[in-house]
Design a protein around this ligand. Structure first.
Ligand SMILES: CC(C)(COP(=O)(O)OP(=O)(O)OC[C@H]1O[C@@H](n2cnc3c(N)ncnc32)[C@H](O)[C@@H]1OP(=O)(O)O)[C@@H](O)C(=O)NCCC(=O)NCCS
Length: 507
């Protein structure tokens, strides 16, 4: 049962009239040991005089026979006895009141003071003080954003006011990048300026270039990217976000988004003992990325398929990596720190690490006839079927529907096989996990599209990062513009504390 105002009010209230003197009212308050007097006329509350008012009067040199009406707060807010204490607390703290009269109908029944509230706050167990969120923060709104949203029940997601699927169908990656950063789809002149600006930012700075071979010898592309972004931030002397103005942060964010594909392609090539392929300023973002991976100018169909995938993965609500980027940005740390954290979150198989696993699963299944048995055995073992299920979508993931078509348009046996396995997997999951509403997610066809476009499996999640970095940095810009440190609480569930320290032989 929530505590109500009637459970803690002081009664009866000390009352006086508006014509009473300050000295008289002060005496009443002192005798009752209460810090306020409610001013009434014909039984109705017309004001409240508090200790603070008496202090103000004394400081102003007011004579003790001054009328209460000259110093009281007229027509004060009142509380009802049945109101929850939370409302009383809000009223008092929001308006900086210390006392509020409590009125039932028109009858004055008492006074609630800040002291009364503090008294019950003290006795309340600390674990009741916070708001419980479900594990995994499912459905909890922790921020406001103008960048986009995911409507899981409808199977729809959008970037700003546009359907992401429409954007992927009709726009270039750079248009969507511009939209997220600057709020509108660019006109042709804006687009030309933007292209000139970001294409000039693709090159690796010399310090990072020198260190990449050593990094590449020791890790996989996504891990290399994480380290490289860290080095980049140091080399370019990126200051804490807290110390930057908006334009400086935008410049850094553009630079980071422009250079991430170069880092990834260099990491990939160095890792397989091939030379680094320099970026080309005459190519669009996706074409240039594919060019840097293997030194072959992509066909229009190949570039467009990957570009569509990249557009679809720029942003997607408050996913784990975006949230991570915003948490770090909220501390005022530098942009590289925020993006390093986001890359770490993305690397997990439950987030961005799934597409290569989905493809590995297709390899293991081998042929459509084996799909049912294989999937059934996997689910019965308690394994997760990679590329299925989603925290937000409880219907088809629109990205998987779109990418299924993209994969189909690229042709080849893999797309056909994947579509057959998909149908079987959805049926098996519906039968063995009834009511969970598990459908194909973006990762299932992502792997198929990328593989059909000649991207190696090791580069699937890195390619995801090549576009998601635009979403991360757009969110960092938004966080920085309206920052409040993100600092939730946890419920302590360990042994009760404090307890005596265990005996040690030391001391
Ligand atoms: C993405 C994912 C983590 C979302 O999970 P979630 O919203 O936290 O859902 P839960 O983990 O609470 O799972 C709910 C139920 O569905 C089952 N489930 C969810 N995804 C499943 C999958 N891919 N295969 C088999 N069972 C699955 C869970 O086992 C659980 O069953 P239970 O109620 O019997 O315990 C989850 O669907 C998953 O692990 N998918 C596979 C990995 C993947 O494709 N990741 C890419 C995401 S874009």
């Amino acid at each position: 049962m929530p505590t109500r105002v009637k459970d803690l009010l002081s009664r009866p209230a000390v009352t006086c009239t508006a014509t009473a003197t300050l000295t008289g009212a002060a005496r009443l308050m002192t005798d009752a040991g209460i810090g306020s007097a409610v001013v009434t006329e014909e039984g109705k509350v017309v004001g409240i005089l508090t200790e603070r008012d008496l202090l103000r009067a004394a400081a102003a040199g007011a004579p003790g026979d001054d009328a209460v009406s000259a110093w009281m707060t007229a027509n004060p807010d009142v509380l009802s006895p049945d109101e929850e204490v939370g409302a009383a607390w809000q009223s008092l703290t929001h308006h900086h009141y210390r006392h509020l009269p409590v009125v039932d109908g028109s009858e004055l029944v008492g006074v609630v003071s800040l002291r009364d509230l503090v008294r019950i706050a003290r006795v309340r167990p600390p674990d009741e003080a916070g708001t419980d969120a479900p594990p995994g923060l499912e459905g909890v709104i922790v921020a406001e954003t103008e960048l986009g949203d995911v409507r899981g029940e409808e199977g729809f997601f959008h970037y700003r006011q546009y359907s992401a699927i429409d954007l992927a169908s009709k726009c270039a990656l750079e248009d969507v990048w511009y939209l997220l950063f600057f709020g509108a789809i660019p006109g042709s002149a804006e687009r030309a300026d933007f292209d000139a600006r970001v294409r000039g930012m693709r090159n690796l700075p010399s310090g990072l270039r020198d260190q990449l071979p050593a990094l590449a010898a020791a890790g996989a592309p996504l891990g290399i990217l994480r380290s490289a972004v860290s080095i980049l931030g140091s080399e370019l002397d990126w200051k804490p976000i807290l110390d930057l103005d908006h334009d400086e942060l935008v410049e850094q964010a553009l630079r980071l988004c422009a250079v991430v594909p170069t880092i990834l392609a260099a990491a990939w090539n160095l890792g397989r003992g091939a030379p680094v392929i320099e970026p080309r300023p005459d190519l669009g973002a996706t074409e240039n990325y594919l060019w840097m991976l293997d030194g072959i100018e992509p066909t229009a169909a190949r570039a467009r398929a990957v570009e569509r995938y990249q557009i679809l993965t720029i942003d997607h609500g408050f996913n784990a990596s975006t949230f991570t980027a915003r948490v770090i940005a909220s501390t005022g740390a530098d942009l590289a720190a925020a993006v390093c954290g986001a890359i770490g979150a993305l690397s997990g198989p439950l987030h961005g690490g799934a597409p290569s696993r989905a493809l590995a699963m297709l390899d293991e299944i081998g042929s459509p006839e084996r799909a049912n048995l294989w999937l059934r055995a996997a689910v019965e073992r308690g394994d997760r079927v990679m590329g299925f299920g989603h925290r937000v979508y409880k219907t088809d993931d629109p990205r998987s529907v779109f990418l299924r078509d993209v994969a189909g348009s690229l042709g080849g046996s893999l797309a056909d096989f994947a579509a057959k396995v998909e149908r079987t997997a959805v049926d098996v999951l519906a039968e063995l996990k009834p009511g969970r509403r598990l459908y194909t997610n973006v990762e299932f066809y992502a792997g198929v599209v990328m593989s059909s476009c000649g991207i190696a499996r090791e580069m699937f999640t890195p390619t995801f990062a090549s576009s998601r970095v635009i979403g991360w940095t757009a969110h960092v810009l938004e966080q920085a513009a309206h920052n409040r440190l993100i600092r939730p609480a946890a419920r302590y569930v360990g042994p009760s504390a404090p307890q005596p320290l265990p005996r040690t032989t030391a001391s």
